[in-house]
Design a protein around this ligand. Structure first.
Ligand code: SAM
Length: 280
């Protein structure tokens, strides 16, 4: 079942949080010259046109990236992310939103590499087209979870693994934990960043318990809620679970999370969370 299309949601509050965390991790990895791998298991189409029928129908980006990209009081921690968004909107009008693979493409260096997988029959060719001329990238129509076994550890022994499934099938909640433990067995020093939506809080409590039960340590949870928890109103919050976060990430998020919350949710509803699920 592949009915999810990210084009309906591109640039929403969840993307803003996800891509902020993604860009901060990439910038930290770049502090050493040694190359690293960026592995994106559920890569999507790459580029999203915000004037498309899909994006216009939901208008989600209007309450996400549109609220922040031209602010003149951006925290320094958002510069890399917003710089990547601006690169695709040089006219000064917000027309395109870069998904995670294009943000990585902008931020990675010559010596780094990208491994991207996407299964959707319409989104895969779009993604492949974006990377045709990029010799650093390998784009495959393949199952993202399998990559956690097949592509790890990277030869450079450094890397960020972004796991961003649509959760349209309930088994995704178990598959991510299984996938992470498979990856971690092969590559325990990698940074793993898992995105999650809060639709039913009980599902996330369970997910965190299952992750704890793997025995993996250094698990940081970063969450931004735009509404109070509710089991009747769709996604009220989203979060990132980061295993082996760069040492600066927690500190960076103490500045960025409250700023994002205030900028994205002017009414002040919802909450932010920054919490070690499992410490050192
Ligand atoms: N990571 C992207 C970004 O931030 O721009 C968005 C990805 S979207 C949330 C999830 C994507 O996963 C969808 O495009 C969907 O087609 C794809 N997908 C679903 N199941 C998959 C699987 N088992 N392996 C790889 N891709 C999958």
């Amino acid at each position: 079942m592949l009915s999810y299309r990210h084009s309906f949601h591109a640039g929403n509050h969840a993307d803003v949080l996800k891509h902020t965390v993604q860009s901060l991790i990439i910038e930290s990895l770049k502090e050493k010259d040694k190359p690293f791998l960026y592995l994106d298991t559920h890569a999507g189409a790459g580029r999203y046109q915000l004037s498309s029928e899909h994006a216009e129908r939901t208008g989600e980006y209007l309450e996400g990236i549109a609220r922040i990209w031209q602010r003149d009081d951006l925290p320094a921690e958002l510069e890399a992310y917003i710089g990547a968004v601006t690169h695709f909107n040089r006219s000064g009008q917000l027309r395109y939103y870069p998904g995670s693979p294009l943000i990585a493409r902008q931020l990675l260096r010559e010596q780094d590499s990208l491994q991207l997988t996407e299964l959707h029959p319409s989104d895969f060719p779009l993604l492949r087209g974006e990377f045709q001329k990029d010799s650093r990238a390998r784009v495959e129509r393949a199952d993202g979870y399998q990559q956690l076994k097949a592509k790890l550890p990277p030869p450079s022994r450094r890397g960020l693994i972004l796991i961003d499934p649509p959760y349209e099938i309930k088994s995704d909640y178990q598959a991510v934990v299984q996938g992470i433990s498979e990856g971690y067995k092969r590559f325990a020093t990698g940074t793993y960043a898992l995105w999650y939506p809060v639709v039913l809080r009980a599902q996330i409590k369970r997910l965190l318990k299952d992750l704890e039960a793997t025995g993996i340590r250094r698990i940081l949870q970063i969450e931004l809620a735009v509404r109070p928890d509710s089991d009747q109103r769709g996604m009220t919050a989203s979060g990132m679970i980061v295993i082996n976060p760069p040492w600066k990430l927690e500190q960076q998020m103490t500045t960025v999370l409250p700023w994002l919350h205030k900028a994205l949710v002017p009414s002040g509803t919802g909450h932010t969370t920054l919490n070690w699920v499992v410490p050192e």
